[in-house]
Design a protein around this ligand. Structure first.
Ligand code: ADQ
Length: 744
């Protein structure tokens, strides 16, 4: 590393392009208080005196301020984010733009700032900056909202300006302003063989880094919130940045030219390679697909997101994306949650939950309030203000984490009911890029949704997303009906208007990766599954596979199987049910009860009908690998998928994909699963009607081969048409098409 740097910084000609605030000067409460000290001036003068080396200060400060600080013409200056430069003693503008609109904006902001102690407006030629570093923290949110109203109004009317977020400052500036001007200018003046070293700390410096050529280097000066960058190197802060410049100064001093060992090691280090590009897409979900601590592995979540991972992996790679969520670790409330990035494919950005978040947010509002509400189980909905407050607070924690990795223009794709307020939270923080939500669960009509005391607030927040996606048209209709009846929103086809903002609302049925359920299994696995099926003898197999959850209708399904044996005694000894349930949310009382209820029914049915050579129901309470499941699906004569309510239900699609097309089994599917909207060739059944379901089971078991083949052929076509990949691609394409452009 030292060799690379010594050879680069000894190259002639060399130019150092450096930002000032946050890079060579520590931040101060006001811009006036942050001024170059004698130590910095001495260092810059020394560098500027080295033959073959140019120092270019590239700052957002007004050109008049830079002139005052650096009258010495040996230093080259680029001011106001590239809109002014000093050449041969005279300042020249780089853009042509009428200054009046920005002056009028500055007047409005100054008037507003007078009512907010600590807020301050800084005027420049084609920009103005709103500083809030000196404001008390509690007053910032209200201030941010008030300022955003003025700024949004201005940007809507003046498309040649844009908004950028700096370290506790919001700046409106000419959209054409780019610090990258400094790169072009230095090259023009110093010749094509010049090599550049650029230093900067904030988002505006990314233009500088991005414009560098492969033989140049960018060095990020880390300060506040870590973020993605084009720079390939970093230093720890202002002191290290100055030490780095001193290293260059040293390396170019005549006396040390021949002795590498005499050059002190620069405090510069390489950044993790895959963080070298800015994140253009951040996927956000409550839980990450791959869990770090083995004791908290939840096999269903892991398997369930398997398709999601495969779908999102190529998209995240192509768009330099990241997937953010809870990593599965919980820390006591008195500790600060940890953050980190796990390099891999896809790269995961994780953070810890506090104990109270797990209790009040995750097990509380998400799983005891929203889950039953959205699945239309009103009597199970717990209403509790503490958990609602926690839900709001944890959105702030997610937003804090997200802001570590994204620029305000990146695309955010949010998943599921855990994060319904996320667009609102991010917009309040100035995020301007597209934000989409995909809801993996159903959405009920207004009669059920209005049970929630915060129904209007949640709906209003959902309507701050640019796109809300559901599995079915039925859920889309329920959502628009809720918006119309509870908020008075106007809905057109696929769009809802609320408070002047238009949200696209569409159905994107999720799929699986069918080929992953069709692969030839390992011989050892075949033998293991054969052991299991051999124990069933010549009986036919009915298979249920679910997370143990009351929405999945497992007790109802077992009772209907018992009823089949009662109504059709000829099936006794000739059919067996294997029910595989993977443990889920075992810390919530309803789920513990569910397990006891299921085990009770299994015991009763087996006790009533079982014989020494035949066990009617085998109940397996564990997770299986995808390869195991595929084999079991293929061996089953009936795929028994009968949730009381389900967003989609992937098991239905997996079962179809895994069948032998020449001798396929029958999918017996609840009409209340989202999958029923697409899979009309399944045998549809009502899981609340025990006798009806028993009769449908009998029909499935007797279905002739020809009918089975015909139904399966059409079901397979549905499963292969909408896959996990096509689902992700169509959602993201819609998000980029439907999102309004904000102020650029
Ligand atoms: P889930 O409620 O988890 O997902 P589902 O769609 O059926 O429901 O997915 C379950 C997944 O877990 C399937 O991939 C299945 O193979 C796997 N699985 C189940 N039992 C298993 C076991 N014992 N061992 C191993 N794997 C097992 C939520 C919504 C659904 C929606 C999905 C995707 O509730 O309605 O379909 O998200 O959007």
């Amino acid at each position: 590393m030292i060799g690379h740097w010594v050879s680069l910084v000894r190259h002639t000609p060399l130019a150092i392009l450096t930002d000032l605030d946050g890079t060579l000067l520590p931040f101060a409460p006001t811009p006036e208080e942050a001024r170059p000290d004698p130590g910095l001036m001495t260092l810059l003068r020394s560098l500027a005196s080295r033959p073959g080396l140019r120092v270019v200060i590239v700052s957002g400060r007004p050109h008049t301020t830079l002139e005052r600080y650096f009258p010495d013409e040996a230093l080259w200056l680029v001011a106001e984010h590239g809109t002014w430069y000093r050449a041969e003693g005279a300042w020249q503008p780089t853009i042509e733009l009428a200054p009046e609109p920005i002056h009028r904006l500055a007047e409005r902001l100054e008037e507003m700032a007078r009512a907010h102690p600590g807020a301050r407006v800084e005027r420049k030629s084609w920009s103005c900056a709103l500083h809030y570093r000196r404001m008390p923290h509690h007053a910032r949110a209200a201030f941010g909202v008030e300022a955003s109203v003025i700024l949004e109004d201005f940007l809507a009317r003046h498309p040649s300006f844009e908004r950028i977020e700096g370290e506790q400052v919001i700046e409106i500036r000419a959209a054409a302003a780019r610090k990258s001007f400094a790169v072009t200018w230095a090259r023009q003046r110093l010749g094509a063989d010049v090599r550049l070293v650029a230093l900067g700390d904030d988002l505006t410096d990314e233009h500088l880094f991005a414009a560098l050529s492969p033989t140049d280097e960018g060095v990020l000066v880390r300060g506040g919130v870590p973020r993605r960058t084009h720079a390939r190197w970093e230093v720890g802060g202002v002191a290290d940045a100055r030490a780095f410049l001193a290293f260059i100064d040293d390396a170019r001093s005549e006396g040390k030219r021949m002795s590498l060992s005499a050059v002190p090691l620069a405090p510069v280090r390489p950044r993790v390679p895959s963080l070298a590009a800015p994140s253009s897409l951040l996927v956000v979900s409550n839980r990450l697909p791959d869990l770090r601590s083995s004791e908290s592995v939840d096999p269903v979540r892991r398997v369930n997101v398997g398709g999601l991972v495969s779908a999102l992996e190529p998209i995240l790679a192509e768009r330099h994306g990241l997937w953010l969520g809870w990593g599965g670790r919980v820390v006591p409330d008195c500790d600060e949650p940890g953050y980190g990035v796990d390099e891999g494919s896809p790269p995961l950005a994780w953070f810890d939950y506090r104990q109270s978040w797990l209790r009040d947010y995750y097990s509380g509002f998400c799983n005891a309030t929203l889950w039953p509400l959205l699945h239309s189980f009103p009597s199970r909905v717990v209403i509790d203000e503490t958990t609602w407050r926690s839900y709001v607070d944890v959105h702030e924690a997610f937003a804090d984490a997200a802001q570590r990795y994204v620029t305000p223009h990146d695309t955010l794709w949010v998943h599921d009911y855990h994060l319904l307020l996320f667009a609102r939270t991010m917009r309040a923080r100035g995020h301007r890029g597209p934000i989409g939500l995909f809801l993996h669960v159903p959405f009920p009509g207004p009669d059920i949704f209005s049970i929630l005391p915060w129904a209007r607030e949640v709906l209003g927040a959902m309507l701050e997303f640019d796109l809300v996606g559901f599995h079915t048209h039925g859920y889309v209709a329920n959502f628009t009906a809720c918006a119309a009846s509870l908020l008075g929103s106007v809905a057109g086809p696929h769009v809802v208007e609320h408070s002047g903002h238009f949200t696209s609302v569409e159905a994107f049925p999720i799929g699986i990766l069918p080929e992953s359920f069709q692969e030839a299994p390992e011989p050892a696995l075949v033998a293991e599954i054969q052991d299991l099926t051999r124990s069933l003898g010549s009986t036919r197999l009915v298979l249920g596979v679910d997370r143990l959850d009351y929405t999945k209708g497992i007790p109802e399904r077992l009772l209907a199987f018992g009823r089949l044996l009662e109504l059709y005694p000829e099936w006794r000894g000739r059919v067996s049910l294997i029910q595989i349930s993977v443990p889920s949310r075992a810390d919530i009382p309803e789920y513990v009860e569910q397990r006891a209820s299921v085990e009770g029914i299994v015991g009763r049915v087996n006790g009533q009908f079982g014989e020494p050579h035949w066990v009617p129901i085998r109940y397996l309470y564990r997770g299986y690998s995808r390869a195991h499941l595929s084999r079991l699906y293929r061996a089953a004569h009936v795929g028994y998928v009968t949730p009381l309510r389900d967003g989609m239900n992937l098991v239905a699609k997996e079962y179809v994909a895994a069948q032998d097309p020449d001798d396929p089994g029958v999918l017996l599917l609840s009409e209340f699963a989202g999958a029923a909207a697409e899979m009309k060739d399944a045998l549809l059944t009502n899981p609340y009607y025990t006798d009806g379901m028993a009769r449908d089971l009998d029909r499935a078991l007797r279905m002739p081969l020809e009918e089975r083949r015909a139904r399966h052929g059409r079901l397979l076509a549905v499963t292969e048409r909408t896959t996990a990949l096509s689902w992700a691609e169509s959602f993201l394409a819609a998000l980029s098409e439907r999102s309004p452009r904000r102020g650029t």
